[in-house]
Design a protein around this ligand. Structure first.
Ligand SMILES: C[S@@+](CC[C@H](N)C(=O)[O-])C[C@H]1O[C@@H](n2cnc3c(N)ncnc32)[C@H](O)[C@@H]1O
Length: 380
């Protein structure tokens, strides 16, 4: 135990936050850690929020485990530790042979956080045996989220929550879904699990990806679970033949660049009622756009040009979908910290329309860029 843990024990009820910064051990992978106590049914839990690059990882510890961690790991890895409690801030500088302590008064009032109920609101709860999450490495064998997969867990949960919101208004007992650029298919498996095990509806879920080995392994896993309605296909969605039957929902999660446009176009051309699409790697406009008008200032610096082009891409996609008869929102589907590619196009077909794309054409002409969804809609 140390002077810091003594302080924690003597002011435990009043502590609001503890922050560890200024990493001194090169082997420590986190640049900063903040710790907050919160009350749970099992007593006080100390939640560590660990920052690495632009990601955040969470770990919950009991008080004794947290104190042990602080002495054995926290004080070894960080030079600065600050404790904020009701009425007092204590700052510690950790030297190899001693800890310097400085106390100042504050006017902080500790508002007791509500019991930590984030877990409850997740549709895919920790502790549940969801085989796909275990086999894909998101859950440990004890059905706990693996730290390094926390972002994926959050993304999938959020995606399912958004689908759940729409599905509850659909009144369907059978559903067909296409997933474009499914990759390792965390989402695809879980979507299938959600419909068949949670909603108890008959589901056909088809995943498309370029990678043969990944598709083969996903099919094996699906077979091993007896997921008869879940199939994966090697398919370049920009060229390949896709399912031509009736589809209720098209989903994409980070399908690269124009693969997203082909997914959106498939939905438009097949009058698919629901689209949930989180785009990624929007390179097309960035590589063709040229200065030409009021927004030239956004094209002068590479980084800004890239971000502006990505936003322009998704704005044009959303506008085309609207003009084709979809009620379309762009929502932030997870916090930026969990994924910088965090915008989702959420669309519901109201009435198929023949779009007037002149406003988009005008923009394309002025700034000389290409956009695949526009081309697909115009040329087919
Ligand atoms: C970033 S990964 C996302 C995978 C998965 N949806 C996820 O979120 O975990 C993008 C995937 O899109 C696939 N992809 C890219 N272009 C494609 C295309 N033209 N046709 C099919 N799949 C494509 C890649 O092979 C890759 O697996």
């Amino acid at each position: 135990m140390s002077i810091i843990t003594d302080d924690i024990l003597s002011s435990e009820e009043k502590i609001k936050k503890i922050a560890l910064s200024e990493r001194k051990n090169k082997d420590c992978e986190f640049s900063k850690i903040t710790v907050r106590p919160f009350k749970s049914k099992k007593g006080t839990v100390w939640q560590l929020e660990k920052f690495k690059d632009n990601k955040v990882f969470h770990e919950n510890l009991s008080r004794d485990d947290f104190l042990m961690w602080l002495c054995e790991t926290g004080e070894k890895n960080f030079r600065q530790i600050s404790l904020t409690a009701e009425g007092v801030n204590i700052h510690y500088t950790v030297f190899p042979d001693k800890i310097k302590r400085k106390e100042t008064a504050n006017t902080v009032k500790k508002v007791e956080p509500k019991s930590h109920n984030k877990e409850k609101s997740y549709i895919l709860k920790q502790g549940e045996n969801i085989p796909a999450l275990v086999d894909l490495g998101v859950f440990s064998k004890e059905f706990k989220v693996v730290n390094s997969k926390y972002d994926k867990y959050k993304q999938i949960n959020r995606f399912i929550e958004i689908i759940d919101d729409s599905f509850n208004k659909m009144n369907k007992d059978e559903i067909t879904i296409l997933d474009f650029g499914c990759g390792k298919s965390y989402l695809t498996f879980i979507v299938y699990y959600y419909f068949t095990h949670i909603k108890k509806v008959k589901a056909t879920v088809l995943g498309y990806d370029l990678k043969e080995d990944v598709v083969e392994s996903c099919n094996k896993i699906a077979e091993s679970y007896g997921y008869d309605g879940l199939k994966f296909y090697v398919n370049d969605v920009t060229k390949g033949e896709l399912f031509e039957g009736e589809v209720d929902m098209v989903i994409t999660l980070h399908a690269c660049d124009i693969a997203t446009d082909f997914a959106l176009y498939h939905a438009i051309s097949h009058k698919v009622k629901h689209i949930f699409s989180v785009p990624c790697c929007q390179h097309e406009i960035c590589s063709s756009i040229k200065k030409g008008g009021d927004y030239d200032i956004l094209l002068s610096h590479g980084l800004i040009k890239e971000r502006f082009s990505a936003l322009l891409t998704d704005s044009i996609r959303a506008e085309i979908l609207r003009l084709c008869g979809y009620e379309t929102d762009i929502i932030e589907f997870v916090d930026f910290a969990h994924s910088p590619k965090n915008l989702m196009l959420r669309c519901k077909l109201k009435k198929p329309l023949t779009p007037d794309l002149s406003s988009i054409e005008e923009l394309m002409e002025r700034y000389s860029f290409k956009q695949k969804l526009y081309e697909l809609v115009v040329n087919n």
